[in-house]
Design a binder for this molecule. Structure first.
Ligand code: SF4
Length: 215
């Protein structure tokens, strides 16, 4: 796909949803960081269910440390990998207090030094909380980038690098949201719903799916 075509692809998504937002519920950079850390291999819906009881009790690093691993675990047991996530959330909160004055750092290396925080989580926090042009490549964006020809790559990092080069600069800030939402609701894993895709004219996927026959 040419850079021009890639730009048109993203512009089509942008026109259909001018003000995209993350579906995770949060009220501060800290609660966003915790929500994103909990969201690995879990749906945003399941994370929101958990944080609706967790955050009223613990919305700061100090309160999370006071709650402790067992206390956090009580709220997140329905999320995948909950045991390691409970440990990580308390450990990262402790590190925020000890090294960063209790604040979430707006710096990639500092974010990635926190327990359980990898490049994808750091990218979401940098983008959503601090307004940086960062591209968090999750399973949806990885699939979409390869399927459509928008950003082919063997690894999430390769797809991320392609997208950072190909997405028009004025759309970089929000492109991560458009692509995740498109992958989650239209260009789905099992069968893309090409018949209602606003970017269809710019997509290189060779097996586009038409609407199922009306009953
Ligand atoms: S046309 Fe189909 S494969 Fe291409 S982006 Fe749209 S939903 Fe995905």
């Amino acid at each position: 796909m040419s850079a021009k075509q890639a730009g048109e692809f993203i512009r089509a998504l942008a026109a259909a949803n001018p003000a995209p937002e993350t579906e995770l519920e949060y009220s501060s950079p800290y609660t966003l960081l915790v929500a994103v850390a909990l969201s690995a291999q879990a749906t945003d819906v399941s994370v929101n269910k958990a944080t609706r009881t967790l955050f009223p009790i613990a919305s700061t690093p100090e309160a999370m440390v006071a709650l402790g691993v067992e206390g956090v675990a009580e709220h997140i047991r329905r999320i995948g990998l909950w045991q390691s996530k409970a440990k990580n959330v308390v450990a990262l909160s402790q590190m925020l207090i000890e090294k960063f004055g209790g604040e979430v750092p707006a710096d990639r290396a500092a974010l990635e030094s926190l327990p359980g925080v990898g490049r994808k989580t750091a990218n979401v926090v940098l983008n959503v909380a601090f307004g940086e042009e960062a591209m968090a490549v999750d399973t949806h964006i990885f699939r979409l980038g390869n399927r459509t020809g928008l950003a082919p790559g063997d690894t999430p990092r390769a797809v991320e690098d392609q997208l950072m080069k190909r997405v028009p600069p004025d759309l970089l800030r929000d492109a991560h949201h458009w692509l995740i939402l498109h992958g989650r609701y239209v260009c789905k894993a099992r069968a893309p719903e090409c018949w209602r895709c606003v970017a269809r004219a710019f997509c290189n996927y060779g097996q586009k799916v038409n609407a199922p026959p009306a009953r």
